[in-house]
Design a protein around this ligand. Structure first.
Ligand code: TA6
Length: 309
């Protein structure tokens, strides 16, 4: 592999924040910031960016980066006493130099293991000891896989409970031309109507206004069809029963300082999540949560899994 195609490279990103660049032999690439364990770029073999990051995103702690794949842990949204979406997305992660063996073998060298552990200060906010390991990997076909392994290391034997989401911002050509398939007929909680419960209509979801819905117990495969780009994102998730669909549309877009007024036209969040039934983890128990996304010019399938050991 020539120097410019080193599989894993550390580099300085925006505001000097450290990032890891992953490159796959066939040309796809991804970038992950240690700040937030945050994937901010995923490009296909043609160098086309597949994730949305706002032109107004602040790469400045403690503000989370607007775009890419923020990690919502240990709390989704305001479903608890902690700050919105928890704290994992605004903590500094480290490179995990000695990760436990990985459940599956991948031929791709383009992966990085990060780890987050609480400091004394953190324990005052959330009184639990844990190890959150995140592997970000690029597959041979350019697919992006995120695997979270969460271990409860409380020495007092106490379990802890959390909600979780991969808050993925997909880049789309024109939101009014996008369809989401796989959530039809499923129940959802509408965040715009006090999380009241409704059932989705029978057709694929299309967008003509603000959407903020938590779909419950969805299928493991969800597709995002971008007709203009003749592109389909195939998102696979296991162990993450729910899926959030969000687009702020024009008014909310204007209200967000780190988001451009018209940028809602070019992004859609489809988030693999565990929200309706919070996850409880006993000490020493190990949980693996995984999501993968793939671009399929001609839709093909991908599969991954979740395991509790
Ligand atoms: O995932 C959807 C959502 O919970 C929306 O309600 C909206 O608040 C969005 O996340 C962004 O949240 P943030 O805290 O990043 O501004």
């Amino acid at each position: 592999m020539t120097s410019e195609r080193v599989a894993v490279e550390s580099a300085k990103g925006v505001n000097g924040l450290e990032k890891i660049i992953l490159r796959e032999t066939r040309g796809s690439s991804a970038e992950v910031y240690l700040y937030g364990g945050h994937v901010t770029s995923w490009k296909n073999e043609h160098g086309e960016e597949l994730l949305f990051v706002s032109s107004k995103a602040l790469f400045k702690p403690p503000k989370a980066i607007r775009g890419g794949i923020p990690l919502c842990f240990p709390q989704f949204s305001n479903l608890g006493p902690l700050e919105q979406h928890g704290f994992a997305r605004n903590k500094l992660w480290s490179i995990d130099t000695d990760p436990p063996a990985f459940p599956t073998n991948s031929s791709s060298k383009a992966h990085i293991d990060l780890i987050l552990k609480p400091s004394e200060e953190d324990m005052k906010i959330w009184p639990h000891s844990y190890e959150f390991r995140l592997r970000v990997a690029l597959g041979p076909g350019g697919d992006l896989m995120l695997t979270s392994r969460i271990r409860n290391t409380n020495s007092d034997g106490k379990p802890f409970t959390f909600t979780f989401a991969y808050h993925t911002y997909f880049s789309v050509s024109d939101i009014s031309e996008v369809r989401v398939e796989g959530l039809e007929t499923h129940d959802y909680l509408d965040n715009l109507q006090n999380r009241e419960r409704f059932t989705e209509q029978g057709d694929a979801i299309t967008f003509e206004g603000e959407v903020d819905k938590i779909y419950l117990s969805t299928p493991t495969k969800i597709a995002i069809l971008d007709h203009e780009k003749k592109r389909t994102f195939v998102l696979r998730k296991d162990g993450l029963p729910d899926a959030v669909v969000w687009n702020p549309w024009d008014k909310k877009a204007k209200a967000m300082a780190d988001f451009g007024d018209d940028e809602y036209k070019h992004m859609l969040c489809v988030e693999a999540a565990a929200i309706e039934k919070p996850i409880t983890l006993k000490p020493v128990a190990n949980l693996i949560l995984r999501e993968s996304s793939r671009v399929a010019e001609d839709p093909l399938l991908w599969s991954l899994y979740v395991q509790v050991s």
